[in-house]
Design a protein. Structure first.
Length: 246
């Protein structure tokens, strides 16, 4: 087992805390992949898997190594909780599947996403944001922090039925993939980000035929009107037939 882990993550059991943190991060990304597959099929269980992903990764790492990390982990946990609530607004079909309707990206939603990413990255730096320690961060660290934040923030768009959220997830996973390849080419992490990117594209493909928000409501109203007209016509015909028989 140690040899397999050393091959996948280029570390050994003697690596101490960094070794455990890498495994926690890998487990977290594995759960992100699973949640992406479930949510691609509009399954509510995907949000519970994403909540577990935050617990396994940022939350446990903060509790075990640095409580200041909770500044980042707790807001991150709110994102899948929001997704779980937002999906509950869609009609349930079966036990866990939702009838999601697509929503277009607006200027304000785009601005909100950018502001949210900046806020999450600022929280990721934590106290280093106030002592200018973040100024010494390398470009790879900046890209990684933004990509990590975008991976979870993209699910906010998914929760609202925004199909482009899947593309944001794919881009974020590819950005993390490139950074890991440049600074620490661990086969395990590289493979996980490849799977996340592929699952995001899979979700984008599956959501291509989802109805647009509002179209279903209009369709129901029209069908009711047509049904009312049909009933009126049938009633008129029944009256005519009755008179004819008489």
């Amino acid at each position: 087992m140690d040899s397999i882990l050393e091959t996948l993550f280029m570390t050994t059991a003697d690596g101490g805390s960094s070794y455990v943190q890498i495994l926690l991060s890998a487990a977290s990304m594995l759960l992100v992949f699973v949640s992406a597959i479930l949510l691609a099929h509009r399954n509510d269980l995907g949000w519970w898997t994403l909540i577990l992903s935050v617990f396994v990764g940022p939350m446990i790492s903060a509790l075990q190594y640095d409580l200041m990390g909770l500044i980042y982990a707790i807001p991150l946990l709110l994102l899948p909780i929001f997704g779980l609530w937002r999906f509950s607004q869609f009609k349930l079909r079966g036990k866990f599947t939702r009838e999601v309707t697509k929503t277009s990206v607006t200027l304000w939603s785009g601005i909100g996403m950018v502001v949210g990413l900046i806020l999450l990255v600022a929280l990721r730096f934590g106290p280093f944001l106030f002592n200018s320690g973040f100024l010494s961060a390398t470009p790879e660290v900046w890209v990684m922090y933004f990509a990590d934040a975008a991976i979870f923030a993209s699910f906010v768009m998914v929760a609202r039925g925004v199909r482009e959220g899947w593309l944001l997830l794919a881009v974020a996973a590819i950005a993390d993939l490139v950074v890991y390849f440049l600074i620490s080419p661990m086969l395990g992490m590289l493979g996980l980000y490849v799977f996340i990117a592929l699952s995001a594209l899979y979700g984008y493909f599956l959501w291509r035929n989802l109805p647009v928000a509002g179209s279903e409501v209009e369709g129901v109203e029209l069908s009711e009107e047509e049904l009312a007209l049909q009933k009126a016509k049938q009633a008129t015909l029944d009256k005519l037939n009755t008179k004819t028989e008489n």
